[in-house]
Design a binder for this molecule. Structure first.
Ligand SMILES: Nc1ncnc2c1ncn2[C@@H]1O[C@H](COP(=O)(O)OP(=O)(O)OP(=O)(O)O)[C@@H](O)[C@H]1O
Ligand SMILES: [Mg+2]
Length: 234
């Protein structure tokens, strides 16, 4: 089983002038290729902090992080941006799409900043393929603000998977959606996982957490119970 992510004794301390917050304490976590992990826990327990460290949006205060076989513990901002663009797909609660660009151009964005130089034809093929996967081929020339919330989140998912990332990181993907649009987004994530995408998702919703293949419970910056993945246990 290929390991996509290994965290060893990872900690995160936020320091302000008067206050130190130990947001993560000695986190040990392995995510294997093809897994679908749900990270759960009460508000303030460190879920988003963990996801931003996994996504190289922030650096740990201590510990080791290996992503797709390479140590990414201490990178320059430029190196982190490069690796993030090629290896990591991010989906946020608030979609984070660019309203001035069409759906097509939003989804194409990671390819335009990729170290491989894709031709216009390759970009068009990949974008159209991803839009088909998320059921939005007919909306490619719209702008995000002409779409429903659920459709916007599906565009964000298409953008997150276009460069074939090693892992898809998802933070409360249904937080801004009604339950029917939320269910559709979750069904799409499940389908992508069945097609091979490795997913790590933060969710408050126990119903959605149950769709994952492994649940990780965080409390006060520590993992409460992380049962070994079946492949490692056997
Ligand atoms: N930039 C920051 N500076 C200082 N403290 C922070 C910062 N970001 C988060 N924290 C603190 O770190 C802890 C973990 O925050 P985090 O955002 O990871 O929680 P969470 O589990 O995602 O919560 P929620 O479910 O409300 O989104 C909290 O105590 C929070 O106040
Ligand atoms: Mg959060």
């Amino acid at each position: 089983m290929t390991k996509v992510i290994t965290l060893t004794n990872v900690s995160k301390i936020y320091e302000t002038e008067e206050l130190e917050t130990h947001a993560l304490k000695s986190i040990n976590l392995t995510i294997n290729q093809g897994e679908y992990i749900a990270i759960c826990g009460p508000s303030g327990c460190g879920k988003s902090t963990l996801l931003s460290i996994l996504g190289l949006l922030d650096q740990a205060s201590g510990g080791e992080y290996t992503l797709a076989g390479d140590s990414v513990t201490s990178l320059s901002l430029n190196q982190a941006a490069q690796i993030r663009n090629c290896q990591i797909g991010f989906v946020f609660q608030s979609f984070n799409l660019i309203d001035q660009l069409s759906v097509f151009d939003n989804v194409a964005l990671p390819l335009r900043y990729h170290h491989e130089n894709f031709t216009a034809k390759e970009i068009a093929q990949r974008v159209n393929n991803c839009l088909e996967k998320v059921g939005l081929s007919h909306r490619s020339q719209h702008t995000p603000n002409q779409l429903s919330g659920g459709q916007q989140q599906r565009v964000a998912i298409a953008r997150a998977i276009i460069a074939n990332p090693a892992i898809l990181l998802v933070d409360e993907p249904t937080g801004n959606l009604d339950s029917s649009a939320g269910d559709k987004v979750m069904a799409l994530l499940e389908q992508l996982n069945q097609q091979g995408t490795t997913i790590c998702m933060v969710t408050h919703d126990p119903r959605y957490a149950d769709m994952a293949t492994r649940k990780i419970q965080l409390l006060d910056g520590q993992i409460l119970q992380a049962p070994q993945s079946p492949a490692l246990a056997s």
